[in-house]
Design a binder for this molecule. Sequence first.
Ligand code: DGL
Length: 267
Amino acid sequence: MNRDAIGVFDSGLGGLTAVKALNQLLPNENIIFFGDTARVPYGTRSRQTILRYTKEDVAFLRRHPVKMIIAACGTVSSMLGTDSPVNDIPFTGVVYPAAKKASEVTKNGRVGVIGTPATIKSGSYETALHNMNSKIDVTAMPCPLLVHLVEYGYTDRNNQITRLAAEEYLTPIRNAGVDTLIMGCTHYPIIREIIADIMGDGVTLLSAGEEAAQYAKLCLEEQDLLTDSTEPGHNIYYVSDSVSSFRENAKNFLADAAHGQVFSSRI
Ligand code: DGL
């Protein structure tokens, strides 16, 4: 049993997809979230830069009492591979949990992956999927504009600009006949409805952030680190840029992030 918080970080809003899932799965846990909004996007930067940011994000979270860290970021997870940035508390990224779920749910063995340019270039999801089942056929596509559109708040189901960009990226994946799509960047489930409309009913959409939250729950259970509190947990949000634009953009996705405790913090 441990009452410390779960630390979650991302470059921006995407990490909220993991926070939302954690709140549903583990309602008594406290969460400390860090969004590096001053430096988003990560996914168009070099591996070296992303790893430097990762180190700083983890160091920021470790200034608080955290019992586990989740890199709720496909880009960071892809650059880390199987390395962990901490050695004394549990850690997970999003790649392994999402790939594991995809390998379990695909029926036709064709899996699509969308992610940032750095994620797709790394081949991280492909490697993880092939380690689980070498026969899985993977169609992967970088979607560089989607993080910007989400951070800018272009998330409404009827937003024509986001729809157009998503059509462009998703058409080759739909044409490849995948039955499962990993939304391998945690920003993408924020526009899940648009993605679902384009991919159609027959395709299972997997959120990397949600899968990481499920996996984190298992890790905490296994290591006996869940809280024994019966009170509702609290989320505290830190961002490295403007609090007001974070609140504004977060409000449609996670009401608590728009109204709860949000602080601006230098890292
Ligand atoms: N949400 C992140 C990811 O999952 C990062 C997006 C970005 O900063 O480019 O890849």
